[in-house]
Design a protein around this ligand. Structure first.
Ligand SMILES: *[C@@H]1O[C@H](CO)[C@@H](O)[C@H](O)[C@H]1NC(C)=O
Ligand SMILES: *[C@@H]1O[C@H](CO)[C@@H](O)[C@H](O)[C@H]1NC(C)=O
Ligand SMILES: *[C@@H]1O[C@H](CO)[C@@H](O)[C@H](O)[C@H]1NC(C)=O
Ligand SMILES: *[C@@H]1O[C@H](CO)[C@@H](O)[C@H](O)[C@H]1NC(C)=O
Ligand SMILES: *[C@@H]1O[C@H](CO)[C@@H](O)[C@H](O)[C@H]1NC(C)=O
Length: 631
């Protein structure tokens, strides 16, 4: 315990309370939302919880959920632990939170991608206009400058294709329509400013564009079905008329592109050769000679993906949102996932629904502005319905096997995915320790919390008591991992602890920081505390033989009487010393009100969260790119 003047000690509490940083970190309107997890070892993480409904447990595909909760796409301020990329297991238990990596700013299209032959986590960060590529040890591998928010960045798509050698991103282009374009919508009063979205195919080695396309040269303003209000208002809106709103691009077996326009309810086939539009499949398609598309309708669609060419037909999948947030009437009873077969080498071309996956909540339920359709390798379909991050898994024949919704009504996600995943963090596990008095049992207990953000392979934790230097390590017990964070309660006092991570095959694969236990209050000075202080003194002082040894040599039985005497004397001395220490700690406000009858996990977490964790000097790690890492 370092020496501090009494004046300093008495000032510490009010200064601590007035710290503006502390105030900023603590105050957020959602901080106390019961729909958010909170953790002793990671106070910066407040991941949303899930309501999970597994209807066919045997049929659910093993894997992890990849979602990126966000509140508003035009986010005015960062979240406080809930905005950003998140991985959950199939029961909604948190595995990884990347809120530190994105500093709580909106993240789009968080998924596993093949990047130049390697499986990587990839996502777009709205605020910076960057694409991030992160490996399974949670190290940032690449930051790709995709564009500038408000200029050309479009946060929909980071679509890796062709064995990861190329990636498709969308772009935004606010510009004046031509006179002819404006006349096409009968607007003659001045400039019509519209958002002419486009896309780029990037070489993933150089990140230089290999192909660029803009709707400006190919799509007329009068194709828009986004007509809330008179044309004049649309053309002069300060943001620009979002007349087409491209939201996905994919490539077919010939290299041509499927481009989805949400605000034209159209899927465009764009030629790889000169960018001309080869055909338009309109959601409100009339059988007009070009198409025979009986029974097919869709609107405000998302995530158009090429699924293959079977010799006669091109197969695509889409999310038919069927309803937007604008005035256009719904085109179906609910949103649904559609598999569509297209035959485009005949006249008329044909388009027909092969399969429809209904919204799991049924009639009247829509994903009005985002969402996705993911085909899993086993043929199952994983749907992201976006609102409250509702997601569902269906068998190949469409049967619902699982449905989950965020417990926080104010959060959604742009897309939801499921992937197999092995997370092996480069950062170490985190442990935090605090001691409590049990008056009921007249003992001091040490409560240790441990977590390892992103680790998927951990089965159990080994708890050790140790010293300030981390040696020796004396095993106390092991406990099975219980979730993102595991609480371990030991009926005894350990001044310092270390926790080891043990994987599913029994190998030790990680070791935590040396966590100094927050000392118990004065009335918790049980024999256990005295014994521990004696032990620490013995190691640091008289008995050099202990140094550097990771083994615990039990005291021989014949020495036990003299040892007991020694313990008694040291106990007396140390109790007095500890009493003074605790009294001074109390004066500094650290132990205010800490007095527990028995261990109550939740109540303790609150106390730890407020006082102990805020004060604990966790080592701050920085990745090679000067990025705050996720630990
Ligand atoms: C779970 O889903 C099934 C099938 O959709 C539904 O019948 C049931 O009511 C749901 N249970 C809960 C608790 O929501
Ligand atoms: C549109 O035209 C106006 C008037 O000619 C001009 O001032 C403005 O800069 C143009 N806007 C864009 C985005 O090009
Ligand atoms: C739509 O606008 C284009 C000009 O961009 C024009 O050539 C075309 O005739 C218009 N179509 C209709 C149906 O008004
Ligand atoms: C391709 O798929 C379509 C739609 O399912 C089907 O009608 C057609 O027979 C298939 N063609 C072949 C060659 O399997
Ligand atoms: C608590 O334990 C200490 C020593 O372990 C003993 O001296 C004391 O009498 C006990 N107090 C109660 C209330 O049992």
């Amino acid at each position: 315990m370092q020496h501090r003047s009494w004046l300093k000690s008495s000032l510490a509490l009010p200064l601590f309370l007035l710290s503006p940083l502390q105030a900023a970190a603590d105050i957020h309107k959602y901080d106390k939302d019961s729909g958010l997890f909170s953790y002793v070892t990671h106070p910066e993480i407040k991941a949303p919880r899930w309501k999970v409904n597994i209807t066919e447990p045997d049929l659910v595909t093993p894997g992890y959920w990849f979602v990126a909760p966000f509140e508003r796409i035009d986010q005015p301020e960062p979240g406080n632990g809930w905005i950003g990329p998140h991985i959950y297991d199939g029961n909604g238990e948190l595995v990884w939170s990347g809120v530190s990596m994105t500093e709580n700013w909106d993240t789009i299209d968080f998924k596993m991608s093949n990047v130049r032959g390697k499986d990587m986590m990839t996502f777009l960060v709205q605020r910076t206009g960057n694409g991030l590529i992160v490996d399974n040890s949670f190290q940032l591998r690449e930051t790709v400058d995709v564009g500038t928010l408000g200029v050309d960045f479009n946060s929909h798509e980071f679509n890796f294709i062709e064995d990861g050698t190329k990636a498709i991103v969308l772009s935004e282009g606010r510009r004046n329509a031509t006179k002819e374009q404006a006349l096409g919508v009968k607007y003659e009063e001045g400039e019509c400013v519209a958002m002419f979205d486009g896309f780029k195919v990037l070489d993933t080695k150089t990140w230089k564009p290999l192909f660029e396309w803009s709707s400006f040269d190919h799509v007329a303003l009068n194709e828009s079905t986004f007509l809330d209000g008179p044309i004049k208002d649309l053309c002069t809106s300060p943001w620009a008329w979002d007349f087409i709103h491209l939201n996905s691009v994919d490539r077919d077996h010939n290299g041509d592109f499927y481009v989805s326009g949400r605000h034209t309810d159209t899927i465009y086939k764009v030629s790889k050769d000169d960018g001309h539009i080869m055909w338009r499949l309109h959601g409100h398609q009339k059988d007009d000679g070009e198409w025979d598309a009986k029974g097919l309708s869709f609107s405000r669609q998302h995530n158009v993906r090429f699924r293959g060419f079977n010799g006669t037909h091109e197969i695509i999948s889409i999310l038919d949102n069927a309803h937007g947030q604008d005035k256009q009437h719904a085109t179906h009873d609910f949103s649904r996932g559609l598999t569509i077969a297209l035959k485009t080498d005949v006249e008329p071309k044909t388009a027909g629904i092969v399969q429809a996956i209904d919204h799991p909540l049924g009639h009247g339920n829509y994903a009005p502005r985002r969402g996705n359709y993911q085909l899993l390798p086993n043929g199952h379909v994983f749907m992201g319905w976006s609102e409250q991050a509702t997601q569902s898994e269906h068998t190949e024949d469409g049967k619902l096997v699982m449905q989950a919704t965020l417990a926080t009504e104010w959060l959604g996600t742009y897309r939801s995915y499921k992937f197999p995943f092995v997370g092996q963090p480069a950062h170490p596990p985190r442990a935090a320790s605090a001691a409590y008095m049990s008056e009921y049992r007249n003992t001091t207990s040490t409560v240790v919390h441990v977590s390892w953000n992103g680790a998927t392979e951990i089965a159990s934790w080994n708890l050790y008591k140790t010293t300030e230097s981390g040696s020796p390590m004396i095993k106390i017990f092991s406990k099975e991992k219980t979730g993102f964070e595991t609480a371990m309660v030991w009926e005894g006092f350990a001044a310092y602890v270390i926790v080891e991570a043990v994987d599913k095959s029994g190998n030790v694969v990680g070791r935590s920081n040396i966590a100094k236990t927050l000392e118990p209050p004065e009335d918790a000075m049980s024999a256990a505390v005295a014994e521990e202080l004696f032990w620490l003194q013995e190691i640091s002082g008289e008995n050099d033989g202990w140094r550097g040894k990771d083994v615990y040599v039990p005291i021989p039985a014949e020495r036990s009487f003299s040892v007991s005497l020694l313990i008694f004397f040291f106990g007396v001395v140390c109790s007095v010393a500890a009493f003074i220490v605790v009294w001074r700690l109390r004066a500094k406000g650290y132990l205010r009100g800490v007095k527990t009858q028995r261990y109550q996990a939740l109540a303790d977490e609150e106390k730890l969260g407020d006082e102990e964790v805020a004060e604990r000097p966790y080592p701050q790690r920085h990745s090679s790119r000067g990025f705050r890492d996720s630990s």
